[in-house]
Design a protein. Sequence first.
Length: 494
Amino acid sequence: MSNEKQYKNRIQENALVATLAYFYHGRIRPLQKGHRLQRYTGSRSAAGVWPRGEGKPRVAFICDDMTWANFSPLCEAVALDPSNWRSKMEKHRPEIFFCESAWTGIQGSPLGWRGKIYKNHKVLFENRRELLEILCYCRDHGIKTVFWNKEDPVYFGSDTYDFTDTALRFDYLFTTAQECVERYQALGHHHVDVLRFGFNPTLFNPLGKKQGNAAVFAGSWYADLPQRCEQMRQCFSILEEAQIPLTIYDRHSGGGAEDGRNRYPEEYQTMVRPAVEYARLGQVLKEYEYGVNINTVTASRTMFARRVFEMMACGLKIISNASEGMKELFPGRVWYLGEPQPDWSQGIVEENLRQVFLKHTMEVCFYDMLRSIGEPVPAGPKVLVLWKDVSQEQMESRSKELSYDRLEHVLWSDRKTAPSPADYGIILEADTPLPDLKFWLTQRAFLPKDCGICAGGPRFQIAQQRERTGVLLPWEQMHRYLDGIDEEIPVYHV
């Protein structure tokens, strides 16, 4: 038998095996578990196109746990499953259907979406039936459909994991890789935009940051990626030469490392610790001064490891292999392999932290997506600024220098006739350094509700104090102070 014929036979055998496996897990197994897959034949319901809401957008999701945890609090969210998607759509009447390049879906859902989002060209039937019927349902009911492909550029056009074909079927397409935008447009899609990774500030933030001369790497060893392994060795060697101790939290510990492919070499075993739950990772990162990052994808202008944002948000100095995207966003502010260590005394860590909170939180990602598809986004919180011991002219002059636009300015003498309550308030005097309000407000995401924010003091720590001037206060705290209640309050120092 010729080599070509043997190859074709193997392809046919693989296709048959893949088809049988997908049919069993996607069709038979749900019935064995007592689930009935919901269907849609394309008949429009009596309700027709649903009316738009006035509050938070109503969004139906197919996504993995991390995206659900990050995006669901920002909208009226409902998670879809193959066993319940139609009944949930009819009950919640979403305005947007958001689907990402999910591998399994949300843990704990009845069936999940394993093997139902990407097109597998080795399977001899349509493995995405439920997803395609959801898209048909959305078209019939005027629901905008959005796909976020987080697997670009690695799986673009893959035969087995073809998220590209799926993405092209949605109204709006977002990719993590700028270089894939033109490729999608060449395939006929005209609503393509970039949506980067982001981080969750409730998990990753500088609150309680400790000082110390140690480094951390939370990640895996991949023996089958020799270039990545070599760059990891270089990073670890640089730290050793600089006498910076390293701790490695092995993401594969307890499952997979024993087969050799993911086992760290012997010389690193004394540094290796068990994996840390994602929900606890931010607390662990804050115990270190340096964070090691290794990008598998290095040539993308926009796609690099999410961990970069997370470590910067925790106030770490980053050491990493080079990445086009990182160099574009953080020029001279990361210790790249083959380059001198930056002068950290020049406020690099602080500038990185400020930039990621202003531009790269998951909230920013979600609202950028909404704007791109023509949906409204909520206005930021309103801040009342009380100017003490300044003239009207001084107030008007200095107020123009503040880094925020939803402000109400009132002279101290007019405080009793101030407008309706704001979300926050701050008292400023003639010689008070102007606060970075736009950045300060981003810190509210992880602080107690009654906590103020000010500059100076023990950085990234909460301390009790009575002083109110220059402190951004939740409105209830401001109201109590204006009513004459002089008490110590918790204040976070940035």
